[in-house]
Each structure stands twice: as C-alpha cells, then as structure tokens.
Design a protein around this ligand. Structure first.
Ligand SMILES: Cc1cc2nc3c(=O)[nH]c(=O)nc-3n(C[C@H](O)[C@H](O)[C@H](O)COP(=O)(O)OP(=O)(O)OC[C@H]3O[C@@H](n4cnc5c(N)ncnc54)[C@H](O)[C@@H]3O)c2cc1C
Length: 355
C-alpha cells in the first residue's frame, strides 16, 4: 500500500513543500491537502486587503496541481495523533504521515477583551471583515492599531494613504517601532509615518480594551472608533496536541528534528509559523522550511541519504504605502523606493510561480 500523506495548510510552508515534491511524486503516494481556503493566500499582503489598497484577487494564487494531490476545503479542528486522523468541520481524514503548516493566530497576551473588541488581519476572512468595517466608518473616525511591528506599520501607512479622511494612531509596547530592526530604519519609518500625520505612541503597554477605548499602564486611555490588533502571534492552536511529543520554544513553537519530524513521534512533521527555529516566524522562513521538508521526502522516496543544510535568510522588507519602503538585505539597510520595488518583485514571483 502506498503512503497517505496529509498536509494541513497550503500557505507559505505548505505550498513550498508541494512545489518541491510535485515533479517527483512516486506512483504509490497520495497527498491530501486540507485548507479552509480554495486558493493559496499571500499573507504578507493581508494588511493591504484590510486597508483596501488590494482586492481579494490580488492576494490569491492557484494551488499547485498534480493528479496525486487532492485538495479538501475544510476547517481542521483537531489532530488525533493516536488514531492518525484529522477531524475537520465536515469530515475526518486519516493519514499515515502528517505535515502541519497551519501558520499562526493572533496572540492577545491575556489582555482583557482584546479579542472581543479588536479587528484582525491574521486571516483572509478577518482582513476582509476589517476592510468592510473601515469602509462603514463615518469620516473623521479614529483608527487605532495596536502593535508597531512589521504588519502594524505596513497597515498604518497604507491606511493613511487609502483613508486620509480618518485619524490614525499606532501604539507600540517597546520604546521604538520595529524594535527588532536597526535604529536607522526605525527613525526613517517613524518620520515617514509622522509625515503621514499618523500618531506614533511608544512605550505603551496595553492593559485592557473595551468597546470604546484602549487602556494602557497608568490608567490612560486612547478612544477609538475601530481598533486593529497587530501586537503578536502564536502558533495555530490546532497544533497544540503535538506538544505531547515535543517541547515548546520561547514563542511556543513546536521543537522539531532536522527533518521537521516531532522528536518523540514518527511521521508527523511541522513547518512554518508552528515550528521552532532560530529565526523569527516569516513567510521567507516558512518557504525555506517547506522546501527543505520536500527535499527530505524526496531523499526518502529515492533511497538517498538526507543531509540537512542550515537555512539562510536574506533579510526583511516592508512597504510604506504604494511608493516607498524599508528593509535590510544581507545586513545592508535599504530605505525608500528600492526596498519597495524589491518587495513587489519578490511577492510577484511568489504569486506567479506558486501554482
Ligand atoms: C500583515 C502581515 C504582513 C506580513 N509581512 C511579511 C513579510 O513582509 N515578510 C515575511 O517573510 N513574512 C511576513 N508575514 C508573515 C508571514 O505571512 C507568515 O510568517 C507566513 O505566511 C507563515 O507561513 P505558514 O505556512 O506557516 O502559514 P500561512 O502562510 O499562514 O499558511 C497557513 C495555511 O493554513 C490554512 N489554515 C489555517 N488554519 C486552518 C484550519 N483550522 N483549517 C484549515 N486550514 C487552515 C490557511 O488558510 C493557510 O493557507 C506577514 C504576516 C502578516 C499577517
């Protein structure tokens, strides 16, 4: 009997795995791909889906196709490790080998009511819902974004270009936005956001959110008409049972072996935002991990030895609206039009070479 492989999630990691193995799938292998969407979604552009600068079709790509790869559009709810089954909203799917690439969800860090009252850009559906809510606001509304990392900054800048009729405030817990990037980038981005008339407030540790305001340490509040949470992520909770056969890193990601298998359970693999790594979660990392896992599967199918090579990330790139950007490639800081053009090229290549 051939192997039934189930791939949970066809985002950055999942699609990269598929693209790597598809030209070489042996005849006795069958891959079932479970995703809630019927297309690959370009997650780094979800902020633009929310701001309205890109429509749904621009943030979609085709899934890779192959006669031995079957797509099941369903919501995965539970992994039953011992029964070798994934329980979905509409069906149960059995596996011999399982690859988990479900990405992440918002982390609300136990801030009371944050989940209830804020909007999100973490899934395709939530980004569209956020856009619709913004479109329904009267002019001169106050939009507050919690989180001054890459996605919060990109959203704030794009929103200000798309919705100059509203006031925008960006709240960041650290003493500067983009806290993991060099000071030169932080200064450039802050000054750009301030030129866009965005209020950037740093050292803001949010303590509570109700239906009208964001509260932070000291009892101060920022009233809002719409608030977007972009303050943190955590691995998809459906992957949690896998921790019984592994450990969690400091970001709660699942520790895996060199071949992405669980350390204490064979034939279950984890990649992308759910998998522990020396690097921060990113599309670039998920893509490389998916490719490497694909190479591992190919080596097993072809009876060759698998040698894991260390991953090399190129850097970070961010948009500031439609014309400018920032980033760092191979430790070199890039500011202005060039990083914007490079990022557009990277995303274009991904979109047009995924399926
Ligand atoms: C606004 C924003 C901007 C970003 N910008 C960048 C950037 O510039 N550069 C960068 O490298 N990274 C960026 N990222 C991060 C990057 O998008 C993620 O790290 C990357 O997508 C992770 O890949 P993944 O395969 O782990 O998960 P994903 O790409 O998120 O894929 C997960 C897949 O699982 C599916 N899924 C999830 N839950 C279920 C379920 N219960 N049932 C069925 N299917 C499910 C989803 O539909 C999706 O297809 C950004 C993220 C956001 C939100």
């Amino acid at each position: 009997m051939g192997k039934e492989i189930v791939l949970l999630g066809a985002g950055y990691g999942g699609v990269s795995f598929l693209n790597t193995v598809i030209p070489y799938i042996p005849p006795d292998i069958h891959i079932k791909v479970i995703d809630r969407l019927n297309h690959h979604a370009i997650k780094p552009e979800f902020y633009a889906l929310a701001s309205g600068s890109l429509n749904e079709n621009k943030v979609k790509a085709r899934f890779p196709s192959h006669p031995q790869v079957e797509y099941i559009q369903d919501e995965a709810e539970e992994i039953q490790i011992h029964h070798h089954k994934v329980i979905c909203a509409q069906q149960e799917v059995s596996f011999e080998q399982l690859i988990v690439s479900l990405g992440c969800v918002d982390n609300y860090f136990n801030v009371p009511w944050a989940e209830e009252y804020t909007n999100s850009i973490q899934t395709f559906a939530k980004a569209i819902k956020t856009r619709k809510s913004i479109d329904n606001l009267p002019a001169n509304s106050h939009l507050v974004i919690v989180g001054g990392g890459l996605s919060g900054v990109e959203l704030a800048s794009d929103l200000s270009e798309q919705h100059s009729e509203h006031k925008i405030t960006l709240l960041e817990r650290s003493n500067e936005i983009l806290p993991t990037l060099p000071e030169r980038i932080q200064r450039f981005v802050r000054s750009h956001l301030e030129d866009q008339k965005i209020d950037v407030l740093t050292n803001i540790s949010v303590t509570m959110i109700d239906e009208k305001a964001v509260y932070y340490a000291g009892g101060t509040l920022v009233p809002y008409d719409l608030c977007v949470w972009a303050a943190g992520i955590m691995p998809h909770p459906v992957s949690n049972p896998l921790l019984a056969y592994s450990n969690a890193d400091r970001l709660n990601r699942i520790v895996v072996k060199d071949n992405y298998e669980l350390p204490y359970y064979n034939d279950i693999f984890v990649i992308g935002d759910c998998a522990s790594s020396a690097f921060a979660p990113s599309a670039q990392l998920a893509h490389l991990q998916g490719k490497q896992l694909g190479e591992y599967f190919l080596s097993v199918w072809q009876g060759k030895e698998y040698v894991a090579h260390s991953l090399k990330l190129k850097g970070v790139l961010g948009y500031l609206g439609k014309k400018t950007g920032f980033g760092m490639i191979n430790s070199q800081v890039l500011l202005g039009k060039i990083p914007h053009v490079i990022k557009s090229g990277v995303l274009w290549m991904h979109k047009n070479h995924s399926g």
